[in-house]
Design a protein around this ligand. Structure first.
Ligand code: MG
Ligand code: ZN
Length: 382
């Protein structure tokens, strides 16, 4: 009887782990290793005139798992151009965590969110598990508006690192609880069930509503919100792949930026292309390229805003590279990318950094991932 109980517990635990982690299964099929271009989107050139020396607003965009080859795969797939080419200031970031040559997204996210290196799996805490203040929390203290947008669950490592302080990334329900401890203005991503189906019986959706949030699950409705506090929980857990979720990311990021820019004191927002990482984990070139192009089109939307606003700095980077991805063949005019992978996990490689807007010139050369956060913090005068 006791044995049975233990195996039931182990089984339930295994389900909850796989549900969150099944994006890590490697696909052995050769059919997914080559991306064949469909229609190319138009890449616009944006003006480089800014009205201030330092930014009032900062949009930090994280392509989870986005290495240099991922960028060039996207560029090839779109006939040779990406919105990323509007970024005149570029650099490299080292991604090592405090306890590992190869970081995970929790330590990588915490470094980008707070300027502190920490151990793999840590969310917003230092190597001694002591909470570290994040850019988002500093912005809140200054009366700025703040936002988080992600195609994964909003409780997943990358967005969680900006708002939560937990010893382990797998404490999803605790992470959801941490959203209630902040004054974050807008968050859009998956993870509905971590707010509602909880061991502690709390219903965080009604708690959010009591705090004045509009809580919505449908992207169409979310996209109509123009002001106030907004919690968009668009999937029970992670959002599906691009073919199913369509333009969720660019629409969510545009909706968030429009709401946040109502604040005269400025805003800080993090936007994540979460599933570039998952294409890498699955060794699936098609998945990876689709996600890369979705992220780049979202970058285009943010450039549209920033080029008109003239006081917004956009910084784009990755938390680490995923897949040891390389391009072994292809054709730019046809948008064909033949990918190859060295691992189903992350790698230690440096990742690209791109910056546009007032202060962008600070993000060049070779940096630590923590320097990105430190430079944003200093530019915002915190
Ligand atoms: Mg992520
Ligand atoms: Zn990963």
């Amino acid at each position: 009887m006791k044995k049975q109980l233990i195996s039931i517990i182990a089984f339930v635990f295994a389900i909850s782990v796989t549900a969150q982690e099944n994006y890590k299964d490697i696909s052995k099929a050769d059919s997914v290793k080559t991306y064949i271009g469909k229609s190319f989107y138009q890449v616009k050139s944006f003006p480089q005139n800014f009205s201030s020396k330092t930014p009032k607003n900062v949009i930090l965009m994280i392509g989870d798992g986005m290495g240099f080859s991922h960028v060039f795969a996207g560029m090839t797939a779109n006939g040779g151009h990406l919105f990323l080419e509007n970024f005149k200031y570029t650099g490299y970031a080292k991604t090592q965590s405090s306890d590992n040559y190869i970081t995970d997204s929790a330590a990588g996210g915490t470094a980008l969110a707070s300027g502190h290196k920490t151990y793999n799996k840590a969310i917003g805490v230092n190597p001694d598990s002591i909470p570290v203040k994040t850019i988002l929390e500093m912005a809140e203290e200054k009366g700025m508006s703040t936002g988080l947008v992600s195609t994964s669950a909003i409780t997943h490592a990358t967005p969680a690192s900006f708002i939560s302080h937990e010893a382990k990334r797998s404490y999803y329900e605790d992470i959801a609880g941490d959203f209630l401890k902040t004054d974050v203005d807008v968050f859009i991503g998956g993870g509905y069930k971590h707010f509602t189906q909880r061991k502690d019986g709390r219903n965080l959706v009604s708690e959010l509503e009591k705090k004045g949030y509009t809580v919505l699950r449908d992207m169409n409705e979310i996209s109509k919100v123009k002001s106030g506090k907004l919690a968009g929980l668009t999937a029970p857990e992670h959002n599906p792949r691009l073919s199913e979720r369509k333009d969720m990311l660019p629409v969510a990021a545009s909706t968030a930026v429009n709401i946040l820019s109502n604040n005269k004191k400025g805003f800080f927002m993090m936007v994540e292309g979460s599933q570039i990482d998952w294409g890498g984990h699955q060794n699936n070139t098609i998945y990876l390229v689709e996600e890369m192009l979705d992220f780049d089109q979202t970058i285009g939307k943010m450039l549209e805003f920033a080029s008109q606003n003239e006081e917004t700095l956009i910084v784009i980077t990755a938390d680490h590279e995923t897949g040891g991805f390389s391009i072994n063949g292809g054709n730019i005019s046809k948008g064909i990318v033949k990918g190859a992978f060295t691992t189903g996990g992350h790698t230690a490689s440096m990742v690209p950094v791109f910056a546009y807007g007032p202060g962008a010139e600070n993000f060049t050369g070779i940096m630590e991932n923590t320097d990105i956060a430190k430079r944003i913090i200093s530019l915002l005068g915190f």
